[in-house]
Ligand binder design. Structure first.
Ligand code: ADP
Ligand code: MG
Length: 728
C-alpha cells in the first residue's frame, strides 16, 4: 500500500490545472441560462399560463391541470432546446442530500407511435418508488407510495440531458417526508406574522420574505489520496491520523492566494453555478490547509436552500474533473478547523425594506428594533430546538472545538444595538410616558446609524450574531441542508411575532397609544430574553460557567439534543402553526436518531476494519524488523547488545502494548455495538451508541496515532495528514 501512496504523491505533483473556458466572455451572457426563470416563462408560456404560475408563486395557490399542461409544454420546449431528453423531480429526502428519478420524455401516443411528451401531470406530480427513503415509520411498505409535487417558487433547471423540477416529497396520506415541505410552511408562517407586525409601521407592506445567504466551507483532497484512505471514502472524515508537524498554526492559508489547480476548479464551478442562476460572489481560502469557502449573494430562503444543495452537487461533480474530492464533513481532520455553513438570515418586505437593517428615521428604526428584539426572544425561547436543528453526528465534532460556537445558544448584538435595548429597558415604564420622555427616546432611536455594517463589532465566536443588517446563524454544519435550521428559525420567529402582535393589540385595546404599546411590549421581551444576549468570547471556559448560571442549556450529546424536537414547546410551535403535525414530527425525530446510529455504526466498523487489517499487521511487520535488528546485534555483540539496542527493545515493547490495546478495544467496541443494536426504541439505541460506542473511536485512534509516529514511514499503509493537507 505504501507504494500506492508514494506513486500517488508523484502523480499529484505532476498534476496540471485543467483550465475550462467560460461559456462566454460576459457573465451576463449566460447567467441563468439553464433555469426556467421569469424571463423564460414569459417567452415560453402563454399569458394566461404565465399569470397563473406567477400567482401561484406569490400566493401559493395551486395550479390547475389545464395550466399545468400549458406550463409543461413550454418548459419542455425550453429544456429540449438545451438538449434535455429526460426529466426528473428533484427533492430533499430526510437522508440528507437530494434525490432524483429520471424519466425520458418518451411516451406512446394514442395511436401507438413513439412521441416525446411531458404533461402537466408529469410536471406537477411524480410517484418515485419511495419505499427505500427513510420515513420514520410514516409509510408502511405495503403503502409505500410517496409523491413528489412541484414547487413553482424554485425554478426548474437543466443539467446535462435532464430537466430537473424542484419538488416537495410527501407520503400518500399527505405527511411531509422531506426538508422542503416544513420550510415552505415556516416561510409562509413568517410571511403572515411579519406582514401583520409591519402594519404598525407601514400599511403598504403586503408580503415579507425571509432571505438566506449561506457561506459554504469545504476541503479539497486529491483523489488519489482520498482513495487511499478508506475512512475518508466511506465516512467523509479521517478516523485516524497524527497531527502534521505543521498545520494551521501560522495562519498562512487563510485568505492566502488560491492554488492554481483549486482556482481552476473554482472557475469551472462558478461557470456552472452562474448557468444555474446561483450568484456566487465570494471565494477564498479558509483557516485550515486545503480548506476553502464559496458564498453567493443572498436570496429568498427557499431558493437559497435549493441553490446550496445544487452547488454541493456541482462541487462533487466538478471536483472530479480536477482530480479532487470535496469534503463537506464538519470535522474531516482532528485538531484542524472543520467546515461550517454560516446562515445569514434576514426578513425583507415587498416595499424593499430589510427589516433587520436600521432605517432612516425613528419610525423605521423602531420597526428595526421590533424585529431584532422578537428574533432574540425567539432564539431565547427555542434555544434547545435551534441546537437540535443543527446537531448531527458529524457537526458534534465541530461545535465547541474552539473554532466553532459551543453547544450553548446565545445572541451577539454589538454595542450600538445593545445600548439601545438597555435604554428601552430603562426608560420605558408601565405607566404612561410623558411627551418629553417619548420624544427623547424616539430621538435616540433615530440616532441608530443607518449603516451598522461598518459599525458593528464583529464577534466571530457567537453562534447567532447580528452583523449589521442580518443575523448570522453560525452553528450550522458544512454538510447540512440549511432547510432544517431555517424552518426552525422562521417558525420560531413567526410564532414570536404573533405573540408580540397579541401583546400590542392587547395594550391598544386597553387604551394605550400604539407607539407606547410597542415600547412596552418590546420592553417585556427585552427583559424576558436578557439571558440569551452575550457579547463576550463564546469559546472561553468562563462562558460555560456564566451560561449555566444564567440558566441557558448546554447539550453536547447528539441524541439528547435531538430529543428537543419532542419537547412540548416544539410541538406547540410546529403544530399550532401547521408546520409539522405530531406524526410528522415524530417521524422526523426517528429518522434523526437512525441517522445518528448509522453514522456512528459505519465509523465504528470502518475503524475496526482498518485497525485490524491495516494498522495491526503493519505494526507487527515493523516490530519484526526491529526484533531482527535486536537479535542480530545480540549475535554480533553478545551481552553488549543491551546498551546498543535499548531503545529498539523499548519500541518493540511499545508496539506490543499498543497492538494489544487496539485489539482489545476493537473487541470491546464490537460487543458494545452488538449490545446497542438490540435496544429499542431508536432513541434509546441512539443514546446507547452515543454513551457506549462512540467513545471507542477516540480511544482506538489514540493508539493508532501513536503507532503512526514510530512505525517506518515507508510501511505505513495510509496517507498521513501532512500529505492530505499539503498537496494541491
Ligand atoms: P462575511 O463577512 O460574514 O464573510 P459576507 O459579506 O461575505 O459576510 O456575506 C455573507 C453572506 O451574507 C452573503 O451571502 C451575503 O449575500 C449575505 N447577506 C448580506 N446581507 C444580507 C441580508 N440582509 N440578509 C441575508 N443575507 C445577507
Ligand atoms: Mg459570515
Amino acid at each position: 500500500m505504501a507504494l500506492i501512496r508514494f506513486s500517488s504523491l508523484e502523480k499529484i505533483n505532476d498534476r496540471k490545472p485543467i483550465h475550462v473556458d467560460p461559456p462566454s466572455k460576459e457573465v451576463t451572457d449566460y447567467f441563468g441560462s439553464n433555469i426556467f426563470d421569469d424571463m423564460k416563462m414569459q417567452k415560453f408560456l402563454s399569458k394566461d399560463a404565465y399569470n397563473h404560475v406567477q400567482r401561484s408563486i406569490m400566493k401559493g395557490t395551486p395550479i390547475d391541470r389545464k395550466n399545468a399542461d400549458a406550463v409543461a409544454i413550454g418548459m419542455k420546449a425550453w429544456a429540449v432546446d438545451l438538449g434535455a431528453t429526460h426529466y426528473t423531480h428533484w427533492f430533499q429526502p430526510l437522508t440528507g442530500g437530494t434525490a432524483e428519478k429520471h424519466d425520458a420524455f418518451l411516451e406512446y401516443s394514442d395511436t401507438g407511435a413513439v412521441v416525446e411528451s411531458f404533461s402537466g401531470k408529469a410536471l406537477a406530480q411524480q410517484e418515485p418508488d419511495a419505499s427505500s427513503f427513510p420515513s420514520g415509520g410514516l409509510r408502511n411498505t405495503f403503502e409505500a407510495r410517496g409523491y413528489t409535487a412541484w414547487d413553482p417558487s424554485s425554478p426548474a433547471f437543466v443539467i446535462g440531458d435532464t430537466l430537473s423540477i424542484p419538488t416537495i416529497f410527501i407520503s400518500y396520506t399527505g405527511e411531509a417526508l422531506d426538508h422542503k415541505t416544513p420550510l415552505l410552511r415556516a416561510l409562509n408562517a413568517v410571511d403572515k406574522a411579519a406582514t401583520q407586525v409591519c402594519q404598525y409601521f407601514d400599511k403598504n407592506v403586503t408580503k415579507v420574505q425571509a432571505n438566506l445567504g449561506w457561506e459554504q466551507e469545504f476541503f479539497l483532497v486529491d483523489e488519489a489520496l482520498f482513495y487511499a484512505r478508506p475512512d475518508l471514502a466511506l465516512t467523509d472524515r479521517t478516523l485516524m491520523g497524527h497531527a502534521s508537524a505543521k498545520d494551521q498554526q501560522l495562519d498562512d492559508h487563510y485568505f492566502g492566494s488560491i492554488p492554481e489547480r483549486v482556482s481552476a476548479f473554482m472557475k469551472e464551478l462558478e461557470f456552472e453555478a452562474y448557468k444555474l442562476g446561483i450568484p456566487v460572489k465570494t471565494r477564498h481560502n479558509e483557516v485550515a490547509p486545503n480548506q476553502y469557502e464559496v458564498a453567493p449573494i443572498f436570496s429568498e430562503c427557499n431558493l437559497a436552500v435549493d441553490q446550496n444543495l445544487l452547488i454541493m452537487e456541482l462541487m462533487k461533480r466538478i471536483s472530479r474533473h480536477h482530480n479532487f474530492r470535496v469534503l463537506f464533513h464538519e470535522k474531516p481532520f482532528k485538531d484542524i478547523n472543520g467546515s461550517g455553513k454560516h446562515n445569514n438570515w434576514s426578513l425583507s418586505t415587498d416595499t424593499g425594506v430589510v427589516l433587520h437593517s436600521p432605517g432612516k428615521n425613528p419610525k423605521s428604526n423602531l420597526q428595526f428594533l421590533t424585529f431584532i428584539v422578537n428574533t432574540i426572544k425567539a432564539v431565547h425561547d427555542h434555544q434547545d430546538l435551534f441546537r437540535a436543528s443543527i446537531m448531527t453526528a458529524s457537526n458534534a465534532h465541530r461545535l465547541g472545538a474552539n473554532e466553532a460556537p459551543p453547544a450553548i445558544l446565545s445572541c451577539f448584538l454589538g454595542t450600538e444595538v445593545s445600548k439601545m435595548l438597555d435604554q428601552i429597558e430603562e426608560q420605558v415604564t408601565n405607566r404612561k410616558m410623558t411627551p418629553d420622555e417619548k420624544t427623547e427616546l424616539k430621538l435616540d432611536i433615530g440616532k441608530i446609524p443607518e449603516i451598522l455594517l461598518d459599525n458593528t463589532d464583529r464577534n466571530r465566536t457567537s453562534p447567532f450574531a447580528f452583523t449589521g443588517d442580518r443575523f448570522e446563524f453560525r452553528a450550522v454544519g458544512g454538510s447540512a441542508n440549511c432547510a432544517n435550521p431555517m424552518a426552525v428559525l422562521n417558525a420560531a420567529v413567526a410564532a414570536q411575532l404573533n405573540e408580540f402582535n397579541k401583546s400590542v393589540e392587547g395594550l391598544i385595546n386597553k387604551g394605550v397609544k400604539k407607539d407606547e404599546a410597542i415600547f412596552q411590549a418590546l420592553r417585556e421581551l427585552i427583559i424576558a430574553s436578557r439571558s440569551i444576549r452575550f457579547e463576550g468570547d463564546n469559546y472561553s471556559a468562563e462562558w460555560i460557567k456564566e451560561a449555566k448560571r444564567r440558566g441557558l442549556t448546554n447539550v453536547t450529546d447528539v441524541p439528547e439534543a435531538i430529543s428537543s424536537f419532542r419537547s412540548d414547546s416544539t410541538k406547540k410551535l410546529f403544530i399550532s402553526q401547521g408546520i409539522l403535525g405530531e406524526s410528522e414530527l415524530e417521524a422526523r425525530v426517528e429518522v434523526m436518531y437512525e441517522n445518528f446510529i448509522m453514522k456512528v455504526q459505519i465509523e465504528a466498523r470502518v475503524l475496526g476494519d482498518l485497525a485490524i487489517n491495516h494498522i495491526v499487521p503493519t505494526a507487527v511487520k515493523y516490530q519484526n524488523v526491529l526484533m531482527e535488528n535486536v537479535s542480530m546485534l545480540k549475535n554480533l555483540y553478545g551481552d553488549e547488545y543491551v546498551e546498543l539496542a535499548g531503545n529498539r527493545v523499548e519500541l518493540v515493547r511499545e508496539i506490543s502494548d499498543r497492538v494489544t490495546q487496539i485489539k482489545s478495544l476493537v473487541n470491546e467496541m464490537v460487543d458494545a455495538r452488538k449490545a446497542a443494536n438490540k435496544i429499542t426504541p431508536a432513541e434509546k439505541r441512539a443514546k446507547s451508541y452515543s454513551r457506549s460506542v462512540s467513545g471507542y473511536l477516540e480511544k482506538i485512534r489514540y493508539h493508532i496515532d501513536k503507532l503512526e509516529l514510530i512505525v517506518d514511514d515507508e510501511m505505513w499503509p495510509l496517507p498521513k495528514y501532512r500529505e492530505l493537507l499539503f498537496s494541491n
